[in-house]
Design a protein around this ligand. Structure first.
Ligand code: NAD
Ligand code: UDP
Length: 312
């Protein structure tokens, strides 16, 4: 049994991770300030003797004994991380420093949930880990993109300077049950709109692409990375199958048998045109590749939203 701290544990990915770690017999502290997370996501774990929820903001120091730290705390959806961009930068920079300081003090291995956003609006396609990115330092996405880039820098400096045992993963768009209805990211927006027979809001032409990974695949990769010996990353984790937003909208309308129509709204500033991971390194180092295709993953996610949105 390991003592594991999960920051952002009441969020979408964090709650699935906590569940998995509890199932494997570990002692889990779930730390979250509930900025975008929700206690409902971990309600089923609350009474578990090896699970503990702590309401705390990672911009403030935190002390606990831990063998491993999964550092996920940070809003991931553009409308949410842009709601209080200074707090987003603080969460990424101060939060990472606090978790790295804690890891140094207690000798824990610490994993950063970084992002494909470190590649910005990529000029190299698809993206390998050694691509250095095309990121705006002054735009509305910068608090998140540059915040995560600084977090990666801190992780590697604590590793070189203090010998902290780090792992860095770069997560590409991941979706699944427990995304919030008001999350604002594309998969949850389209599903909620389709289930309500409301207009599907495509930003811009809809020709921009993303590669969507189902949550179970992502969590498997994340846990394997934490367990991987002698490899810090950075490592891409995502599903390399690429879709336009128009294709995604059409698929969701078909799967939900919705009467929704597509409408086009203005494209947000600095919205990346394309995104697709090269995952050769994950295959080589972790023996990992995603197993769930988009249609099957969307079925699971649609079922979840049907349940939380009431009768359908
Ligand atoms: P999410 O918004 O559902 O979860 C983030 C969690 O962090 C929430 O529970 C939130 O309340 C918590 N949080 C935010 N600021 C905090 C703070 N200052 N102190 C404590 N808790 C705080 O998002 P998610 O999709 O679960 O993302 C989890 C992590 O994975 C994030 O770091 C995100 O950047 C990264 N990531 C996710 C994706 C994705 O597609 N889901 C892609 C790339 C990276
Ligand atoms: N998007 C969209 N309609 C929505 C929400 C998002 O067309 O209701 C687009 C958005 O402009 C982007 C893509 O979908 O091109 C993915 O957006 P998301 O916010 O999910 O993630 P990110 O841009 O961070 O990859």
């Amino acid at each position: 049994m390991k003592r594991i701290l999960v920051t952002g544990g009441a969020g979408f990915l964090g709650s699935h991770l906590c569940e998995r770690l509890i199932k494997e017999g570990n002692d889990v502290i779930c730390l979250d300030n509930l900025f975008t997370g929700n206690k409902e996501n971990v309600r089923h774990l609350m009474e578990h003797p090896r699970f503990e929820f702590v309401r705390h903001d990672v911009t403030q120091p935190f002390y606990a004994e831990a063998d491993e730290i999964y550092h996920l705390a940070c809003p991931a959806s553009p409308p949410h991380y842009q709601r209080n961009p200074i707090q987003t930068s603080k969460t990424n920079v101060l939060g990472s420093m606090h978790m790295l300081g804690l890891a140094k003090r207690v000798g824990a291995r610490v994993l950063l949930a970084s992002t494909s956003e470190v590649y910005g609006d990529p000029l190299v396609h698809p993206q390998p880990e050694n691509y250095r990115g095309n990121v705006n330092t002054t735009g509305i996405r910068s608090c998140y993109d540059e915040g995560k880039r600084m977090a990666e820098t801190l992780f590697f400096d604590y590793h070189r300077q203090n010998g902290v045992d780090i792992r860095v993963i770069r997560i590409f768009n991941t979706y699944g049950p427990r995304m919030s209805q008001s999350d604002g990211r594309v998969v949850s927006n389209f599903i909620v709109q389709a289930l309500k027979n409301e207009n599907i809001t495509i930003y811009g032409s809809g020709q921009q692409t993303r590669s969507f990974c189902y949550v179970d695949d992502l969590i498997e990769g994340m846990v394997r990375m934490m367990e991987c010996v002698g490899f810090t990353g950075p490592l891409n984790l995502g599903n390399p199958k690429e879709f336009t937003m128009l294709e995604l909208a059409e698929m969701i309308v078909r799967l939900t048998k919705s009467e929704s129509k597509v409408i086009h709204l203005p494209l947000p500033e600095d919205d990346p045109v394309q995104r697709k991971p090269i995952i050769d390194l994950a295959k080589e180092k972790l023996g990992w590749k995603p197993l769930v295709d988009l249609e099957h993953g969307l079925y699971q996610t649609i079922d979840y939203f049907k349940t939380v949105m009431g009768s359908w």
